[in-house]
Design a protein around this ligand. Structure first.
Ligand code: ADP
Ligand code: MG
Length: 241
């Protein structure tokens, strides 16, 4: 398994947000997290990326317990890319500098090497001509694609995508979804929280329905989305589609 979450528990005050959640993700697998707002999708992704500390349970990356207090968060984050709904590019930095900031400053990679790799990625996703542009010169879709590239320059083992199309105008969603589909084609292991059921159906190998901080039901998209076993999954889908 690339990622293995076991009995993960996270509370905020009296609020039990992850309630013994377990989820495995195999190599090259794409898992879509679906579920109502507040069901714990973002919290789970933040816990996996060690932005939020879990209260109990274990999260393993390639078998290594990354929630062990002795694990080095920077080293873990180098192996796990996380992209948020809002792209969070630094407005005062060029696309290239946005992408290479963390590899150079945090992970001490040589500047030339990081820039070379960033340019390669920009080329691959059709944004080579934007390398020296500032974010405000880019469309929302282009900015989000840059944010995804920024998460890819470390060649992560795992890419986490949290509602990455939610903040985009409808006509800009397609280019980001296409990029994610291409990444799947290249074998990238991904966990994505999404409200786009059509996209989940197309790109995910497995859909996991989160309810009250647990995976209530998971399976192939056609099964979970088309013929859910759990009444709560059915209710959720009836509301969203
Ligand atoms: P989802 O992404 O599925 O909408 P979240 O993981 O964002 O769900 O939120 C799950 C619950 O955790 C919500 O009730 C939210 O208010 C709560 N929560 C998330 N982050 C925090 C935080 N930093 N402090 C307090 N409560 C939080
Ligand atoms: Mg969320």
């Amino acid at each position: 398994m690339v990622l293995s979450c076991q009995d993960v528990r996270k509370t905020f005050g009296p609020n039990v947000v992850l309630d013994g959640l377990s989820l495995d993700v195999g190599e090259h697998e794409v898992v879509a997290l679906i579920g109502a707002s507040g069901s714990g999708k973002s919290t789970l992704l933040r816990c996996v990326n060690l932005l939020t500390e879990i209260d109990d349970g274990t999260i393993r990356l390639d078998g290594e317990d990354i929630t062990d207090p002795r694990a080095d968060p920077d080293a873990v984050r180098q192996k796990i890319g996380l992209v948020f709904q809002s792209y969070n590019l630094f407005p005062h930095m060029t696309v290239l500098d946005n992408i290479t900031l963390a590899p150079v400053r945090v992970h001490r990679r040589p500047v030339a090497e990081a820039r070379e790799q960033a340019r390669e990625w920009l080329q691959r996703v059709g944004l080579a001509d934007k390398a020296t542009a500032y974010p405000d010169r880019l469309s929302g879709g282009q900015q989000q694609r840059v944010a995804i590239v920024r998460a890819l320059v470390n060649s992560p083992r795992l890419l986490l995508l949290d509602e990455v199309t939610s903040a985009l105008d409808p006509e800009l969603v397609g280019e980001v979804l296409t990029m994610i589909r291409d990444l799947k084609g290249e074998g990238m292991t991904m966990v994505l929280a999404t409200h786009e059921m059509g996209f989940a159906r197309q790109v995910a190998d497995r859909v996991a329905f989160l309810d009250k901080g647990k995976v209530l039901e998971e399976g192939p998209p056609s099964r979970v989305l088309g013929d859910p076993a759990e009444p709560r999954t059915r209710q959720f889908l009836a509301r969203i589609i």
